[in-house]
Design a protein around this ligand. Structure first.
Ligand code: COA
Length: 172
């Protein structure tokens, strides 16, 4: 079973970095100097790692805190190793971080707990995010020579069915 765990050790941090360098730098030709940024070390940033049952790292993503209260949280750097794509790993990473965003930054809304999550989606991945309920804004822009569009989702306790992070698989 695949589990999603928080990056909370040097070993997990190295695995996270290795996946991002392979996926974004080698595969997508993102500038390595920009791939790892200051937000990676911000104490409010939450990094997660998907692990196969034998411990093999399969994918990673990060959650950025809202800049100010009431503003959206941000999910980014969503990357799944090429060999592990199409197996639900990306969706598990997203669901885990949405639950963490709800837990950390959610507020009452119409009788449920809710949080807005925003992301900068590569256009080739818009279908992936749309399946998860993200609605893309029409404006497109180039970042690292890749076309992107911002997309947003209101995550609620009723649509995740999860009250707390770590409930995807058995990780923490
Ligand atoms: C985009 C990415 C994270 C998806 O991860 P994944 O583990 O392959 O996705 P999943 O298997 O969880 O797919 C979940 C659903 O989204 C669909 N999907 C996955 N990638 C898709 C894409 N690029 N376009 C449209 N749909 C996609 C799957 O078919 C699946 O649909 P289903 O629920 O109907 O079966 C992965 O392909 C990746 O790491 N790509 C390279 C890095 C990247 O582009 N990251 C996004 C930057 S914005």
């Amino acid at each position: 079973m695949t589990t999603v765990v928080r990056v909370d050790s040097p070993e997990r941090r190295a695995a996270m970095t290795a996946i991002r360098m392979t996926v974004f730098v080698e595969e997508q030709h993102v500038d390595p100097a920009r791939e790892i940024d200051a937000l990676d070390d911000d104490p409010t940033t939450v990094h997660v790692l998907a692990l196969a049952d034998d411990g093999t790292p399969l994918g990673t993503a990060r959650l950025l805190a809202p800049h100010h209260g009431g503003e959206p949280a941000h999910i980014g750097r969503v990357a799944v190793s090429a060999a592990a794509r199409g197996l639900g790993v990306g969706a598990m990473l997203m669901t885990d971080l949405e639950a963490r965003a709800l837990d950390l930054f959610g507020a009452p809304l119409d009788g449920v707990r809710a949080v807005a999550v925003e992301l900068s989606a590569q256009e080739q991945a818009l279908g992936f995010y749309a399946r998860l309920g993200y609605v893309a804004r029409p404006e497109r822009y180039l970042d690292e020579d890749i076309w992107h569009r911002d997309a947003v989702k209101i995550v609620t306790s009723s649509d995740t069915g999860r009250g707390s992070p770590g409930s995807v698989g058995a990780g923490t």
